[in-house]
Design a protein around this ligand. Structure first.
Ligand SMILES: Nc1ncnc2c1ncn2[C@@H]1O[C@H](COP(=O)(O)O)[C@@H](O)[C@H]1O
Ligand SMILES: O=P(O)(O)OP(=O)(O)O
Length: 170
């Protein structure tokens, strides 16, 4: 099965110049979704994982499926003021301006082995900020795991201390 057949390109979304990688065709097909989960799991292998940290919002879809398969916790990282309990924040630079992500402070214990998951790795700013959040709480980032990587944006240069794994590379 070719997973790329289930990824739809949307030109100029959410703003001009962006080629958006839309996973809704993949999510609408249960066989393709199951295949994607297997491919993401292959990237994790037999490492011991205490938690999958999924990045809002498209990182939640496969993140929860992965956590259930691995029988480990799923932990959401969300945009500001969405999580109800005490949070820890990380602000990071965008092309213009900055953004912030939050995690529940009690979600990760010192020494927890964590895999971070999102649908797309683009410039790496988001994933890098989530690595910092996990580390602030004492967690160990075992892997940053993506369905897709836009390699021409060279996120790996920004994240050379992390183990980056992607199922599809553009
Ligand atoms: N081209 C894209 N298609 C879909 N989603 C994208 C795309 N580029 C970025 N994203 C979303 O943004 C973050 C990753 O961006 P970074 O530049 O790596 O911080 C990720 O949550 C994607 O869902
Ligand atoms: O649409 P989302 O919530 O997945 O966020 P973003 O596109 O900023 O990654």
């Amino acid at each position: 099965m070719q997973l790329t057949e289930y990824i739809r390109d949307i030109q100029d979304f959410p703003k001009p110049g962006i080629l958006f990688k839309d996973i809704t065709p993949l999510l609408s097909n249960p066989e393709a979704t199951a295949h994607a989960v297997e491919k993401l799991l292959e990237k994790i292998g037999d490492q011991q994982v205490d938690a999958i940290v999924g990045i809002e919002s498209r990182g939640f879809f496969f993140g929860t499926l992965l956590a259930q398969k691995l029988n480990c916790a799923f932990i959401p990282v969300r945009k500001p003021n969405k999580l109800p309990a005490q949070t820890t924040s990380q602000t990071y630079a965008l092309e213009y301006g900055e953004d912030t992500l939050e995690i529940h402070t009690d979600a990760i214990k010192k020494g927890d082995k964590v895999v971070i998951h999102d649908d797309v790795l683009a410039t790496g700013g988001t994933a890098n900020a989530v690595c910092k959040l996990v580390e602030k709480l004492g967690g160990e980032v075992m892997q940053c795991n993506f369905l897709m990587e836009l390699s021409f944006l060279e996120a790996r240069k920004k994240m050379e201390n992390y183990n980056i794994q992607s199922v599809i590379t553009y």
